[in-house]
Design a protein around this ligand. Structure first.
Ligand code: NDP
Length: 453
């Protein structure tokens, strides 16, 4: 298949998307190589989803111990933060090894180093020129911080995952996925946590009820949320940091973390020299087949800056391998992608928010069902936590267009409900489904009364 080329597919970046796509290509007999300048596994395995979730499991025991006391257990305990971080690192090291084995088992050649594109079918890595019929850019993204005086005294999620000591006081700037997830981790571990957001509320783009409900739950845990302000400078003295805010306030902390978004890794890839264009968001512009503006060069995942989620990158990579190497043209369907925020309590969501649905179908064209309740577990645990569940229904067709939840197990529950939304099921189909009692999830098939607006 290679003809004059060294490889059929040369992938830049061994994150989840690049590895999945390249392995799938290799399974169809393609001669493949993957270049990685850092460690194998990418953001999700090494600096994102996996280590983050391990820290959430590790810190959530604080909530569980408190709940257990309500049930008669005499438990108490202190977290050894450095032990938790070391255990997390052992697991991510193990996963990196698995990634390497998966690649070699699939016959993919792994090449360490930074690759640069030097032609439509050529890359340069470590002084070597390599040719490939197709090039796949799966270089991911990185945290972005605003350019303010003293920004070098702050950290991002990269460093937050590896703090050797638990900060006593932390200021987190930003109100997106990463900010609220780390706020939950540090708060449960015992730190004092202050969130600073330039907007009015956390989690822009999510359903308003999710934003409001989660805000209320975070406040109950003692997390301070400061809306409508930015950090304008950071000063350091004697190991402490001081953030100055746009309204003149000053906040002292051991650690100041910026979770102000991520940007695609498009620098120094040689894109300009071959004519690969970026889109307005700074991501590599691709069509529905992941094709860039240059024939033979493709891009997937966070480097394209569309839906920056691991399972989306994986699906895009596999779709490309199907198209190029299995005579099975496949494009990724980016609609109704479910997602979760692993805050404490967590969020799960799929489909349209109420506002998005109203924009599409008009106020009269949307029915909303909502339940807010105290979960059974907390009647005895004594925890003051409420769950919120919401269905967005298109009135004309009866189809469930959006499902949202804040509460224990929301990501697990929404993964199942997302199948129904993707399949286009109606509210009637939800109503016909028998509940599993007693659960929280049963509320999704028991909602009878439309919300009056
Ligand atoms: P997000 O884009 O989700 O949020 C960025 C936050 O930073 C927003 O609150 C934004 O405010 C604020 N912000 C941006 N620029 C500035 C600035 N200059 N000054 C002050 N505040 C600023 O980014 P994250 O970093 O949280 O996460 C990046 C992406 O990674 C997510 O969008 C998601 O795709 C992915 N991710 C997914 C996770 C999951 O699936 N559970 C977990 C973690 C990350 P405003 O709202 O005003 O714009």
């Amino acid at each position: 298949m290679t003809g004059a080329y060294d490889y059929d597919l040369f992938t830049i970046g061994a994150g989840s998307g690049g590895v999945a796509g390249t392995r799938r290509a290799a399974s169809y007999g393609a001669r493949t190589a993957i270049a990685e300048e850092w460690r194998f596994g990418g953001t999700c395995v090494l600096r994102g989803c996996v280590p983050k979730k391990l820290l959430i499991y590790g810190t959530h025991f604080a909530h569980e111990m408190a709940d257990a006391r309500g049930y008669g257990w005499e438990v108490d305990g202190n977290l050894d933060w450095s032990k938790l971080v070391a255990a997390k690192n052992r697991e991510t090291d193990r996963l990196e090894g698995i990634y390497r084995n998966l690649l070699s088992g699939a016959g993919v050649e792994a090449i360490a180093g930074r690759a640069r594109i030097i032609g439509p079918n050529a890359v340069e890595i470590g002084g070597r020129r390599i040719t490939s019929k197709y090039i796949l850019i799966a270089a991911g993204g990185r945290p972005e911080r605003p350019d303010i005086p003293g920004i070098e005294y702050s950290i991002t999620s990269n460093e937050a995952l590896d703090l050797q000591e638990l900060p006593r006081r932390i200021v987190i700037v930003g109100g997106g996925f990463i900010a609220v997830e780390f706020a939950g981790i540090f708060r449960a571990a015992g730190a004092s946590v202050t969130i600073v957001i330039r907007g009015e509320k956390i989690l822009r783009g999510f359903d308003e009820d999710i934003r409001d409900h989660l805000t209320a739950e975070l406040l109950k845990q003692g997390i301070s949320i400061n809306p409508g302000v930015s950090v304008t400078r950071i000063d350091r003295s004697a190991g402490r940091k001081r953030a100055t805010l746009s309204d003149g306030r000053e906040m002292d902390a051991d650690t100041i973390m910026f979770a102000t978004g991520r940007v695609p890794n498009t620098r120094d890839l040689g894109l300009e020299s071959v004519g690969v264009h970026l889109d307005k968001s700074g991501g590599i512009a691709v069509d529905e087949w992941q094709k860039t503006t240059v024939a033979g060069i493709y891009a997937i995942g966070d480097v394209t800056n569309r839906i920056n989620l691991t399972p989306v990158a994986i699906a895009e990579g596999r779709a490309l391998a199907e198209t190029l190497f299995n005579s099975n043209p496949t494009s990724m369907d980016h609609t109704d992608v479910p997602s979760a925020v692993f805050s404490q309590p967590p969020v799960g969501t799929v489909g349209l928010s109420e506002l998005e649905a109203i924009r599409l179908y008009g106020v009269e064209g949307v029915d909303v069902y909502k339940a807010t309740f105290r979960p059974m577990k907390h009647t005895i645990s004594g925890r003051d936590e409420r769950t919120m569940m919401k269905l967005i229904v298109e009135s004309a067709t009866g189809r469930v267009r959006g499902v949202h939840m804040v509460g224990a197990d929301a990501p697990e529950i929404i993964q199942g409900v997302a199948i129904a939304v993707k399949a286009g099921l109606t509210k009637k189909a939800f109503d016909r489904t028998v509940a599993i009692h007693p659960t929280a999830a049963e509320e999704f098939v028991l909602m009878r009364d439309k919300l009056k607006r």
